[in-house]
Write a protein that binds this ligand. Structure first.
Ligand code: ADP
Ligand code: MG
Length: 609
């Protein structure tokens, strides 16, 4: 007798189906189905997604949903992840002072040093002095160029210019000398007049050299060793700029200030462990390791991190319709990051790269109402629905269908909100653990570090490789290879970095180079996914020595990642561990592990009967 049985895995992000055609307990064929999860895992809202996923599989099997004899869903682990970000430094300018600036199209080139003078005062300029001309937006570029040329004729030494408007190139083309011109300085009124200043503009495609070097600035302004120490972070902020202005005022200063970020408090049994947020992720994670089994995580009252962790719990409570005081954070993952933030008291919307800590939290809620959901699905579809088994063990069972694997085996299910690991011993016992931090955290880091403010775009940058459109007929892929086209590429993409999506190319509107974007992407994966894999190994290890594992198999959506497999292999071969993406049923790659596990355990049960 032929029967059709479906294993359905309802994840936080994706609902997957493994549909088998079975004859006398033997699997004849098996197909997969997939759909985004609808609603929060464990609620009746899931049904739409379940039906869609089943339909997807049924179509491939060329049957109607009604032909399915049995559906098995998983006892889902009630684990949800969330994340937030905390900036821990801010750059402040008190009065106007030493400041870097990076407009798109500065004019001229070179390094100019002189006293700042307003353009309307050029007539009163002194022959024995070097000047940097300051041009407010009220002065037209033609008048400004004429005034500069008049002064040059009178032998006034003009070494550079600072403009409010985007006129750098226009003025450069009209004056009888080549000087560095920095434009788009919005708050030009804050530029102090009569002060020594330096303006540097590099050739197109090059970066400034003097003002991005602390000793270069020291040379320009005659700074002492202790003064030089104070301006190091200005020089650092200017590295990679094509242009910059640095002005020295007697009173003002640029400071990097640490924002009091508060403490993270880990509750573990009778004990309490604390970590200062502004000491960075390393200390936080060391404390997490020390704390061992965590009952809850809070932040010190009145601080940002305190508010942030409370918000995570409140969100989770609301989503899962539970009382706030019954929702606990069971694990956190912290990563260091740097994010672009506007400088306080800036002249032209300058950004400084501020230090920040990203924190992912994993919340275990009460048991999900999977039985209630099973009954509801059965009622709606008129098909018997059973709870097949717990998520972790099912993932392991599915992962074992990967050719070349054997017990003992560690399976890592890397999803959107959490990384779930399950160890399968030789005697078939399993040991599951859940860690905060997974795919969403990677996307958040990419989004923040590139200053994109666009989660969808960050998601695409995470998933697909980059290329640079170098001409209208060729692109350079991030691996250096060149691809030519017979038809002209859309000119709006010219000279842009694009994401090569299967559905087409997407422009990344960022000033960052392709190399930089790639680096941010890889670093984010390393900081979150690789760290979590190592952390999972440490947790499930009996000896504390992760070399006790031989096989580590990756499943889940984030394992689809095009470069993660190699990154993992690189970091784990060091420990003598064989690792890589699963290939479920030899065909599905890392997808469908839990669903396949549900179907296969059913088969084992009927065979044993
Ligand atoms: P869940 O088990 O919670 O339903 P999934 O296993 O579906 O989650 O994983 C969802 C995660 O997988 C998301 O963070 C998503 O960005 C990520 N993901 C999906 N496809 C890819 C891909 N091709 N490359 C990298 N990450 C991916
Ligand atoms: Mg999953």
């Amino acid at each position: 007798m032929i029967e059709y049985v479906a294993g359905v895995d309802i994840g936080n992000a994706t609902t997957e189906t493994a549909l088998g055609q079975i004859e006398d307990g033997k699997l004849l064929t098996c197909v997969s189905g997939i759909s985004p999860t609808t609603g929060l895992k464990g609620t009746n809202d899931n049904i739409a997604g379940i039906v869609k996923s089943l339909k997807n599989a049924a179509e491939k099997m060329k049957i109607e949903i009604e032909a399915i004899d049995l559906i098995r869903i998983n006892e889902a682990t009630p684990v949800i992840g969330d994340f937030a970000m905390e900036t821990i430094t801010e750059t402040i300018i008190t009065e106007s002072t030493l400041i870097g600036h990076n407009p798109d199209t500065p004019g001229g080139t070179g390094l100019g040093i002189g006293r700042t003078i307003l353009i309307e005062d050029l007539d009163k300029a002194d022959e024995n002095e070097d000047y940097i001309v300051v041009v407010p937006g009220t002065v037209d570029f033609i008048d400004a160029a004429a005034a500069i040329n008049r002064a040059l004729e009178r032998n006034i030494s003009i070494q550079g210019a600072i403009l409010q408007k985007d006129d750098g190139v226009l003025i450069n083309n009209r004056i009888n000398t080549t000087i560095p011109i920095v434009d788009e300085v919005e708050s030009i009124g804050r530029v102090p007049i009569g002060m020594t200043s330096a303006v540097e503009v590099a050739q197109p495609g090059a970066c400034i050299e003097s003002l991005s070097n602390p000793y270069g600035i020291a040379t320009v302004f005659n700074l002492s060793a202790s003064e030089t120490k104070q301006i190091v972070h200005i020089a650092k902020a200017l590295i990679g700029n094509r242009s910059a202005v640095v002005i020295k005022t007697p009173a003002g200063e640029v400071k990097e200030r640490k924002i009091p970020a508060g403490q993270i408090i880990l509750h573990s049994g009778e004990r309490i462990y604390t970590a200062e947020v502004d000491s960075g992720s390393k200390e936080i994670m060391n404390t997490v390791r020390k704390a061992g089994g965590i009952d809850n995580v809070t932040g010190s009252r009145g601080t940002n991190v305190g508010g942030m962790l409370e918000k995570v719990r409140q969100n989770m409570a609301k989503l899962t319709e539970q009382k706030y005081n019954t929702v606990f954070i069971k694990d956190i993952m912290a990563v260091d990051t740097i994010v672009p933030k506007e400088v306080q008291g800036n002249l032209a919307r300058e950004f400084a790269m501020e230090k920040a800590v990203g924190i992912a939290a994993m919340v275990k809620t009460e048991k999900l109402h999977m039985r209630r959901l099973a009954a509801k699905v059965s009622e709606e579809l008129g098909i018997p629905v059973e709870i097949g088994g717990v998520e972790g063990s099912m993932a392991v069972r599915g992962a074992l269908t990967t050719p070349g694997t054997e017990k003992p085996l560690l399976v890592l299910d890397i999803g959107a909100g959490s990384t779930d690991a399950c160890l399968l011993y030789k005697n078939n016992e399993t040991k599951p653990i859940h860690l905060a931090g997974a795919g969403n955290m990677v996307t958040m880091l990419i989004n923040a570090e590139l200053g994109l403010d666009d989660f969808e775009l960050a998601e695409d940058i995470k998933k697909y490789p980059l290329a640079k459109v170098e001409s209208l007929y060729h692109i350079r892929h991030e691996d250096g290879s060149v691809e030519f086209f017979n038809e002209a590429i859309d000119s709006s993409m010219f000279a842009r970095t694009v994401v090569i999506k299967p559905s087409g190319w997407e422009i990344i509107r960022s000033k960052q180079t392709m190399e930089k974007i790639r680096q941010v992407r890889r670093d984010a994966k390393d900081k979150v996914l690789i760290s979590n894999i190592i952390r999972a190994l440490e947790r499930v290890s009996v000896t504390g020595n992760i070399t006790e594992f031989e096989h580590v198999v990756l499943v889940g959506g984030s394992s689809l990642d095009f470069e993660l497999g190699n990154m993992v292999t690189e970091s784990l071969t060091y420990y003598g561990i064989v690792s890589g993406k699963a290939n479920i049923r030899s065909t599905e790659g890392p997808r469908n592990a839990v669903a396949t596990g549900l179907l296969y355990t059913y088969l084992e049960e009927v065979q044993n009967d």
